[in-house]
Ligand binder design. Structure first.
Ligand SMILES: Nc1nc2c(ncn2[C@@H]2O[C@H](COP(=O)(O)OP(=O)(O)OP(=O)(O)O)[C@@H](O)[C@H]2O)c(=O)[nH]1
Ligand SMILES: [Mg+2]
Ligand SMILES: [Zn+2]
Length: 325
């Protein structure tokens, strides 16, 4: 082992990680002790220990975007010795029934959340979950409404709904180039991720932003109207103009990881100004009289769709809390 230095994990290949360093990229394996990082030794009761071990088996100790300390070998490979604390993360309840947090990516400044106007049809409740996960994980969301060329009449209200959130909303078409310059500016000199359902055009947008990137894209299935999960792994790409963007595989489900229902209102930015002014100090904003949030909805300051989404999620989280005791 020669020198140790730091880098960013930009790709994963079957258990090995490509790490970008100031001296170029190298392939690293994971030092075995790192596999133990995710066992929480403080748990004394047996059930918790078992739980920790189950978590260990499903949570990846290193994800794309992680800042790591590596040791180099003379043959040009290395090992990841240590993962630095994450500045931000996108995580979800891991698919399957084990109660595990799955961190999808780390350390991005912002996340571009893409929906298509059609083909596949937009699923706004799903977008709202992603927005919440981004807020919680310390990522600035940018909403990108793509495939505007497929819309014969005016854009449906997606833009109108989300403009009231205060989030930046962008209309793009990877085909006509609409909005691509703006997206390019947004990505410049920042670490970004791009996410959304399969087939919405994430990879196509990146190809449009950077000439010669040449990432694989594939048309949406005629039979199901859904994307075909063309991007199958996460990878970070450097942009010539400066900045880096992590392309992600299309997301299918997005369970919110250990979110207490009480924390939900503050994760809707357009609700925040009203949260302390309701008639009841413990107002849930779901049905109470004298609720300023509901007033904001009737005054048109918050979109009805977003409010409905809030109430549906709030109920879901409440049921979960009851169930988990
Ligand atoms: N009409 C139109 N089609 C687009 C646009 N952007 C992407 N597409 C098409 O949509 C299909 C899916 O594009 P991809 O870029 O592979 O989508 P993706 O979001 O990366 O999908 P996954 O990798 O499966 O998650 C391809 O046939 C693209 O050519 C657009 O702005 N307008
Ligand atoms: Mg893709
Ligand atoms: Zn209220």
């Amino acid at each position: 082992m020669n020198t140790t230095d730091q880098g960013i994990v930009i790709r994963e290949y079957r258990g090995a990680f490509e790490v970008e360093t100031p001296d170029g990229a190298l392939l690293c394996t994971l030092r075995s002790k790192l596999h133990k990082v995710f066992v929480y030794p403080e748990s004394e009761n047996r059930r918790q220990v078992v739980e920790s071990v189950r978590r260990l088996t499903a949570a990846a100790p290193v994800v794309i975007g992680d800042h790591v300390r590596i040791a180099r070998f003379p043959d040009g490979t290395g090992t990841i010795e240590e993962v630095m604390p994450r500045l931000s993360k996108l995580s979800r309840f891991a698919p399957g029934d084990r109660p595990v947090e799955q961190v999808i990516l780390a350390n991005a400044d912002q996340i571009v959340l893409v929906v298509a106007v059609r083909n596949p049809d937009p699923h706004l409740r799903f977008l709202d979950r992603l927005l919440i996960a981004a807020e919680r994980g310390g990522l600035i969301p940018v909403i990108c409404v793509n495939k505007t060329d497929l819309l014969k009449s005016a854009l449906p209200d997606i833009t109108a709904i989300y403009e009231r959130t205060g989030y930046r909303v962008l209309r793009t078409s990877a085909h006509t180039g609409e909005g691509v310059e703006t997206l390019k500016e947004i990505l410049k000199d920042r670490i970004s991720a791009i996410a959304g359902a399969s087939g919405v055009g994430k990879t196509s947008l990146l190809n449009a932003v950077q000439e010669g990137l040449g990432l694989r894209v594939r048309e949406v299935s005629h039979a199901t109207g859904r994307g075909r999960h063309t991007t199958t792994y996460l990878a970070a790409h450097r942009l010539d103009q400066g900045g880096m963007v992590i392309d992600t595989p299309g997301l299918r489900e997005f369970g919110l990881w250990e979110l207490p229902a009480e924390e939900l209102p503050a994760l809707f930015p357009e609700m925040r100004p009203y949260l302390d002014g309701c008639r009841f100090h413990n107002c849930t904003h779901a049905h109470e009289p004298g609720c300023l949030v509901r007033q904001a909805v009737s005054d048109g300051l918050m979109a009805q769709d977003r409010y409905d989404s809030f109430v549906a999620l709030w109920k879901e989280l409440k049921v979960k809390q009851k169930f988990e005791g």
